[in-house]
Each structure stands twice: as structure tokens, then as C-alpha cells.
Design a protein. Structure first.
Length: 206
């Protein structure tokens, strides 16, 4: 799905004006700092590695077949039930009364974006397709720590949450979105608004 399929997709779209290839911010080296598109690549785990392989293969086939392409590295899209993602996992854990692991010595930060913005920015990115492929981070503009996000989700759900103290360092990434803002604009849904939407739907299905 994440590797050969990308090559097949570009081949199938060889007559198109361009193709969007969906990647992930997890192709970068985990860091507390925000990575721009030239950041150090060091995927951790099978998923991130296969997404980077898909980027390489997609770029190669794009150039060989002269098919314009744009590779989007998404950071933490979230939204209604069915979308998934780390914010959804935390919300579901809170509702089920499960403890959420937290290393207070090294608290990671995130800049998630709501799924409707993810879709709209992806559609806008079609005009950026070229050869060689454009690479761009897609993420929210609001950077929050894990604790801040947990507090926001807890407030929106109107439930308390439990923390399991952990010494394990959590892998996390923050995307520098200067290129995205310049080329596509900013996300429309503010972080608190998006979390409230996510929580409202989950509370409806309690």
C-alpha cells in the first residue's frame, strides 16, 4: 500500500496534470524542534519507513514518466469518529477511564490540524504539482504540548483524565508550516474549535 502502490498510482495517472502523494511528518527524525521540508529524515518504525520509501519511489516514477507530483507530509490530522489519530486515541482513552502515559521530564509538542482543513489544503496543493515533485508539510499553526492538548480534550469532553507516569520518551514531531502558509494559506479551524467538534460527536455516542 505505502510503497509499490505509489508507483502504480503515478503510472496510472501518467495522463493527468498532477498527482498528490500522501506522506507523513513521521519521516523526519523525532525532535522537540519544528522541522521544515529540508529537515533530517530518520523514520522510526515500519509505517514511517514505508511512507518514506513511497516518497522515493513516487518521486522517481514521477520524473521518469514526467508526471507532475506533490508530496504532502501530514502532521496529526484529527476529527470525527472514524478519522483516528493521536488526539482521538487520547479522547477515547479518557472516555473509557484509561490512563494516558506521560513522561513529564520530556513533554512533546504537536501541531495537529482538523480533517476538513486537511482535505481543503490537499485540494489546493494540486496546483503545486511539478517535476521534480514538490514536498510540503501540512499541519496546524498552533503548537501545543501534550499536557495542554490533554487539558483541552478533557475540558471539551467534560471528563477528568488519568495519567500513567512513564520514563519512556515519546516520539513526536512538529512541522514547520511556513511553506504551506505561503503557498496554500492557513487552516480555518482553530485548535480549540476542532477539539470541541471532536468531543461533541464522541459525547453524542456515549
Amino acid at each position: 500500500m505505502n510503497t509499490r502502490f505509489v508507483g502504480d498510482l503515478v503510472d496510472h495517472c501518467r495522463r493527468s496534470d498532477g498527482v498528490i502523494l500522501a506522506s507523513t511528518g513521521a519521516v523526519y527524525k523525532p525532535s522537540l524542534e519544528a522541522w521544515n521540508e529540508d529537515g533530517s529524515l530518520s523514520p522510526m518504525g515500519t509505517y514511517a519507513l514505508t511512507k518514506l520509501c513511497g516518497e522515493v519511489l513516487g518521486s522517481y516514477v514521477s520524473e521518469k514518466l514526467n508526471v507532475p507530483a506533490c508530496i504532502l507530509r501530514y502532521f496529526y490530522p484529527y476529527g470525527p469518529i472514524g478519522i483516528g489519530g493521536i488526539l482521538a486515541r487520547w479522547a477515547d482513552a479518557m472516555r473509557e477511564g484509561k490512563a494516558i502515559p506521560l513522561n513529564r521530564a520530556v513533554v512533546p509538542s504537536y501541531n495537529p490540524h482538523f480533517i476538513s482543513d486537511c482535505v481543503e489544503l490537499t485540494m489546493k496543493a494540486t496546483r503545486l504539482c511539478k517535476v521534480p515533485a514538490t514536498i510540503m508539510n501540512v499541519a496546524g499553526v498552533e503548537v501545543k504540548s501534550k499536557i495542554e492538548l490533554l487539558d483541552m480534550i478533557s475540558e471539551a469532553l467534560s471528563v477528568d483524565y488519568k495519567v500513567e507516569e512513564s520514563e519512556r520518551e515519546e516520539l513526536a514531531w512538529v512541522g514547520n508550516v511556513n511553506s504551506m502558509i505561503k503557498s496554500l494559506g492557513e487552516p480555518k479551524v482553530k485548535l480549540r474549535e476542532g477539539i470541541e467538534r471532536m468531543a461533541k460527536q464522541r459525547n453524542r455516542f456515549r
